[in-house]
Design a protein around this ligand. Structure first.
Ligand SMILES: Nc1ncnc2c1ncn2[C@@H]1O[C@H](COP(=O)(O)OP(=O)(O)OP(=O)(O)O)[C@@H](O)[C@H]1O
Ligand SMILES: [Mg+2]
Length: 546
């Protein structure tokens, strides 16, 4: 049945006036729709209430009139059965009585009642007496009040007692109530519908304010706070969420601007240098040492190429992080929290092997670069200075080998640049996590500046000149390290190599060293994760290239 109703509804919506009505309904605003649905509900409710009220009143009043007539008829029947019924029949109030014999003839009647014609026919009187019901009769033909409620009761010897009570007053009262309902109900309907319209409007007002605020942001292009309503409802939550989103967008916009300006600044120096060298060479071609010029220009071009490469890598890592975040929230169909590149190109990477292959490249470096075999706790500055480190077991992570290699190169580059005498790369696993650390015995970084070092284009040693400093980079190395660690589901941070003796504010002199730590999820948990790794004091010195 419900299915048939549903099918009929769908058919109607697809044919005739249905589609037109549907389109019209869909074009109405939320306020109009809510008001119309409320008004429809009010109409149904008012009609039902009016019908129920009127019917209850009518039944109650009619029953009271019928009871009066029946009790009068019963009294007369008792007198008749006792043989004491006077003529005319004695009655109280405005009740009229006729007594019919078993042939239907009027045997006796009250003073106001007709003595010739019965108010109801004999057959009707018998039916009413038998059924115990009452009926409405026009009294005018019998010279009685216009409307009468008639009740008939049996008496002995086949007699019937007909009692009629005027109904005009009751009927008049019911008419007054009905008229009042007809007038009051539409007024109430209009008042309630207006209230719904106003309440819906005031509920939607904060949304209008939000819309105006958002339009203002669109026009000015400056993210500003949207108005937050006082009511603690969903609109308030929406406004708070939008404000949070806008402030994040503003921060991202600000970062983007800073990045563009820093990038332009970084590009300017090598380009200006190339331009000057070429202009001088072209102006004085004969006195020019073309080989030197080519070498200098080549160095500047390499700087430019490295900058472009770093920026590209950062952009790619940012994009991967965004995709990983959308996987995390379930917005896309990928593996939760894993960037598509890691899912596609990721493979088990032995951090120990990676560390050794990277360290090999520093055989000719200014300071000695050693690798501690995995499982060993990260060495402190004293151990680094002595180049003595502990060893343990292999640690593997799931990652993109080239990107992890780049991460390690960035850390070792920094360490080699600042170390006093030695750099140690250590790998340590504790079951769920793999830890890769690069420790140097250089000046370190004050605790307050360590987070800043991860910023893009962040260079803490301001004394170092940007222009023409061969040793110094653009300040993107640690930013790439952190972005790579995050893309692999891990983290990167800096700490003093000797926590008990943190570096002072001056980083120019020798200090207790710096340890750059990268924590990555281990590819497979180690069986020995619960007990501390067995440390074997060992020195692993890589052969230096001459
Ligand atoms: N091992 C370290 N000891 C002391 N200071 C360091 C060390 N590593 C990094 N820093 C400081 O942190 C800053 C940021 O390092 P980061 O690697 O991001 O940039 P960079 O080395 O200057 O340039 P790039 O890596 O792009 O060539 C450095 O400029 C330096 O001031
Ligand atoms: Mg660097």
């Amino acid at each position: 049945m419900a299915d048939a109703f549903h099918r009929a509804g769908r058919w109607w919506l697809g044919h005739g006036l249905g589609p037109l009505l549907l389109r019209w309904w869909r074009r109405r605003g939320l306020r109009a729709r809510v008001t119309m649905i409320g008004a429809l509900g009010l109409i149904v409710a008012f009609i039902l209430i009016d019908l129920l009220l009127f019917n209850a009143l009518r039944v109650s009043l009619t029953r009271s009139v019928d009871d009066t007539a029946r009790s009068g008829a019963d009294q007369i029947a008792s007198l008749l059965n006792a043989g004491h019924l006077p003529n005319p029949v004695p009655v109280t109030g405005d009740i009229n009585v006729q007594v019919l014999d078993s042939y239907g003839d009027i045997k006796n009647a009250s003073a106001g009642a007709d003595r010739l014609v019965p108010i109801v026919s004999f057959a009707q009187a018998q039916a009413l007496a038998h059924g115990g019901s009452a009926m409405l009769v026009q009294g005018a033909p019998f010279d009685m009040p216009s409307l009468l409620r008639v009740v008939v009761v049996h008496a002995d010897a086949g007699y019937l007692v007909i009692a009629a009570v005027p109904f005009s007053e009751t009927s008049g009262s019911l008419n007054v109530v009905a008229r009042a309902m007809v007038i009051v109900t539409p007024l109430l309907f209009v008042a309630f519908t207006g209230a719904i319209w106003l309440v819906t409007g005031s509920t939607l007002r904060p949304i209008g304010a939000l819309r105006r605020g958002a339009a203002q942001v669109t026009v000015t292009g400056v993210p500003a706070d949207l108005p937050v309503p006082e009511a603690r409802d969903e609109v308030r939550l929406l406004a708070l969420t939008l404000n949070d989103m806008l402030s994040r967008l503003a921060a991202a916009q600000q970062r983007q601007r800073a990045l563009v300006s820093d990038t332009a600044h970084e590009l300017r120096s090598p380009i200006a240098s190339i331009r000057t060298q070429l202009e001088v060479a072209l102006d004085f071609p004969d006195s020019q040492d073309w080989a030197t010029t080519a070498r200098d220009v080549h160095a500047d071009v390499l700087r430019l190429a490295r900058l472009a490469e770093d920026l590209l890598l950062l952009a790619r890592l940012d994009e991967q992080a965004g995709l990983a975040a959308s996987n995390q929230s379930g917005a896309s169909g990928g593996r939760p929290g894993v960037s598509p590149e890691l899912a596609r190109r990721g493979q088990p990477v032995d951090l120990d092997a990676l560390s050794r292959s990277v360290a090999c490249r520093y055989a000719e470096a200014r300071v000695r670069v050693t690798v501690a075999t995995p499982g060993a706790p990260a060495p402190d500055a004293a151990e680094v200075a002595e180049a003595t480190v502990a060893t343990g077991e292999a640690v593997t992570v799931h990652g993109v080998p080239e990107t992890l290699e780049r991460l390690l190169v960035n850390l070792v580059d920094n360490a080699v640049r600042y170390a006093k005498s030695s750099v140690v790369v250590a790998v340590h696993g504790d079951g769920a996590w793999a830890e890769l650390s690069v420790t140097d015995d250089g000046p370190g970084i004050p605790a307050a500046d360590r987070e800043r070092a991860f910023g893009r284009f962040a260079r803490l040693d301001d004394a170092r000149s940007r222009e023409g400093d061969e040793a110094g980079g653009a300040g993107l190395g640690l930013a790439i390290v952190r972005a790579t660690a995050r893309a692999h589901g891990g983290a990167a941070f800096l700490e003093a190599a000797s926590p008990a003796n943190p570096p002072a504010g001056d980083i120019s002199g020798a200090g207790p060293g710096l340890r750059a730590v990268v924590r990555l999820p281990a590819a497979r948990p180690s069986a020995c994760s619960s007990r501390p790794p067995q440390a074997r004091r060992d020195i692993v010195n890589l052969p230096r290239r001459t």
